[in-house]
Design a binder for this molecule. Structure first.
Ligand SMILES: [Zn+2]
Length: 290
């Protein structure tokens, strides 16, 4: 996202379009806040999806958890909510790398000589980065003075394997502040949430054996069962794999995301249109991006 695109505002609104916290989710998130003494005075339950946005100077223990007596980090404080990492390339690269496994497993285990502790960390990761160190690359109204080497170095601070684990990449153009605060057009959160709830209902129906399962977490076996493509979509995916040089992980992500796009469209069949939208969300996989 570009600077001035209102990214923090956008990220903080994510929770409002997700389904409200279920009582199980509320309890498991409350348990973490209670363990670290983070509940407000008089608060007995966490009732809203958490929104955490730690600064890029955060330590590894602060982000994923740690300490001599293992304590949960930001990824667990964001459990059942949103973790927003602004200016992603500015985070310590090693710190980001240790986050990879918890992102896959929805929990983090901290091992110490005295024993180990496992904390839940099922979260939506929202990360933002500028297109270049100064932030104005591609901005029609401002001049960017970064040279190609500086841009390349900036973008390459984020590892491919981490980018691979992020489902959706989008470029957000700068928006004048007035348009953000005065938005008359577009869809409001309540309408979006209603659509999300409908799509979740389709998912719950699909994964009858486990109603908490989500498209984004489908195992390869489920992808083969539930993401069948017609010939047109099949060919489109094949071409994208070849021209964009996508990894197997990106291939599966595209299928999971296109399943959700089809669900939001109320469609059982994933069409070429759904699939191409999902392919468009892999901006950072494209060699031409930097
Ligand atoms: Zn620049």
């Amino acid at each position: 996202m570009y600077s001035g695109s209102g990214k923090t505002l956008l990220a903080s609104r994510f929770g409002t379009i997700l389904p409200p916290l279920s009582s199980d989710e509320s309890l498991s998130t409350t348990r973490i806040y209670s363990a670290v003494g983070r509940l407000d005075d008089g608060q007995s339950l966490v009732l809203q999806r958490p929104f955490r946005s730690p600064h890029h100077t955060i330590s590894e223990a602060g982000l994923v958890g740690g300490g001599s007596t293992p304590a949960p980090g930001e990824i667990s404080l964001a459990h059942n909510g949103v973790l927003f990492l602004d200016e992603l390339p500015e985070f310590n690269r090693r710190t980001l790398e240790v986050m990879r496994q918890p992102l896959e497993e929805n929990c983090v285990t901290i091992s110490r000589a005295i024993g180990s502790a496992t904390f839940p960390a099922r979260l939506m990761l929202v990360a933002a980065m500028n297109p270049c160190p100064c932030g104005y690359r591609g901005d029609p109204k401002r001049n960017c003075n970064c040279n190609p080497i500086q841009v390349e170095r900036y973008v390459s601070k984020i590892s491919g394997p981490l980018i691979d684990r992020i489902d959706i990449h989008i470029e957000v153009p700068p928006v004048p502040f007035r348009e953000l605060t005065n938005a008359k057009e577009g869809t409001d959160s309540a309408t979006m949430r209603a659509r999300v709830l409908e799509a979740r209902e389709r998912q719950a129906h699909r994964f009858q054996e486990d109603r908490d399962q989500l498209n984004g977490k489908m195992a390869p076996r489920q992808i083969r069962t539930f993401c069948k493509l017609d010939t047109e979509a099949e060919n489109l995916l094949k071409t994208a794999m070849e021209t964009m040089g996508l990894s197997a992980r990106a291939h599966d992500k595209i299928l999971r995301v296109s399943r959700t796009i089809a669900d939001l469209d109320g469609s059982d069949q994933i069409s070429a249109i759904h699939l191409s939208e999902a392919i468009n969300y892999r901006t950072l996989d494209r060699a031409g991006w930097a």
